[in-house]
Design a protein. Structure first.
Length: 358
């Protein structure tokens, strides 16, 4: 077998994810007044604001006195301007800020006549001046509308599942072959619904209202596209590319392969198509060599991510040859599987050295 590697060229799903995120970012999930204008302290002596400055932009917490003179600017915290921050004064004229990017809470207080910034730790700060300081009620935003998890039902002929609310958005697309082979369609539809339910239940439990750090500006997204692939004779191959954003700094992409045997009416375990143990090891070696040539071989990422266990090859697809047999394989490795997140999805194609198999 011989191998070649490339980044995944599938772009529509990522474009859809960016589109969803852009629409969500332009929306208004209930922005409080202090996101639009300065917020005055209870004693009327101080006004807090946080203009976005720089490129790509960070929130800069700014405090002015009653004359309009700037007395403090937080130029060190670096709150990402693409995600929301929320701030409130407490009854002791201390400013609190919640950062939706990482879920951390900051406190700004006067000490020795000067303003200071500090990361608040649950249970109180070590600084004796702050004592048992607690964030004021209402600091962490609530989404407008219900946080109830929506029910998901899919009819036998349904190829698109889509819905959105004040705190979530999802879209799943199934291929037309689901209508041609009802048993295949039922299995893929069940897989899609199970994934959606898990996502929405998790999102409902740990959304912004619970204060666990989910983004308050981007919707929680779940996107999945199932596509029929060119298939060897007797098989119907379907690939699935998914994208999910459930808070934090970035979303995650994942792939899955479904190989349906039209003769038995059941699914085939992808690794079983490789043949005997010697053929499996030859394939694994070709994959690992290809990845090491491209990415390097540090920290055992590739060794562990290409080990011959089913979970590593959930996205393994056979490639059809001119005679209808299998002339090779294509496999996707998702972020964190064979390399750090920054390397993205890795696609490896391995061709048979000899004739077609099966």
């Amino acid at each position: 077998m011989s191998g070649s590697a490339s980044h995944s060229s599938k772009g529509p799903l990522l474009a859809a994810a960016i589109s969803f995120a852009g629409l969500a970012a332009c929306g208004d999930p209930g922005i409080p007044p202090n996101q639009v204008q300065g917020l005055v302290s209870p004693d009327g002596e101080w006004t807090a604001s946080a203009p976005i400055e720089g490129d790509p932009g960070v929130w800069v917490v700014t405090i002015e006195d009653s004359t309009g003179r700037t007395v403090f600017r937080d130029t060190e915290s670096g709150f990402c301007g693409n995600l929301n921050v929320y701030w409130l004064w407490d009854s002791r004229n201390r400013l609190w800020l919640w950062n939706s990017d990482d879920g951390r809470t900051w406190i700004y207080h006067r000490f020795g006549g000067e303003w200071r910034a500090g990361l608040w730790k649950e249970g109180g700060m070590a600084d004796l001046v702050l004592g048992d300081a607690e964030p004021p009620d209402g600091l962490v935003p609530e989404y407008s509308g219900s946080k109830a998890v929506p029910s998901i039902e899919a009819s036998p002929g349904q190829l698109v599942l889509a819905d959105s609310g004040s705190w979530f958005a999802y879209r799943v697309e199934l291929p037309p072959v689901c209508l041609e082979i009802p048993a295949l369609g039922e299995s893929l539809r069940s897989h899609a619904v199970e994934g959606l339910r898990g996502f929405l239940e998790l999102a409902g439990e740990s959304g912004p209202a619970s204060g666990t750090g989910m983004s308050s500006q981007l919707d929680l997204l779940h996107l999945a596209e199932y596509s029929e692939e060119p298939s060897p004779e007797g098989l119907v191959c379907v690939s699935m590319e998914g994208f999910e954003f459930s808070g934090g700094a970035h979303g995650i992409t994942w792939h899955r392969a479904f190989i349906y045997d039209t003769g038995t009416g059941g699914f085939v375990q992808p690794l079983s198509l490789l043949g005997d143990s010697a053929s499996c090891e030859e394939f694994r070696t070709a994959v690992a060599d290809t990845l090491e040539h491209r990415l390097g071989a540090e920290d055992n990422w590739i060794e562990e991510g290409t080990a011959l266990i089913p979970g590593n090859y959930d996205a393994l697809l056979p490639l059809p040859g001119p005679s209808g047999g299998i002339e090779g394989f294509r496999v996707f490795f998702d972020p964190y599987q064979v390399a750090p997140y920054a390397f993205g999805v890795q696609e490896v194609v391995v061709r048979n050295r000899g004739s077609e198999t099966r």
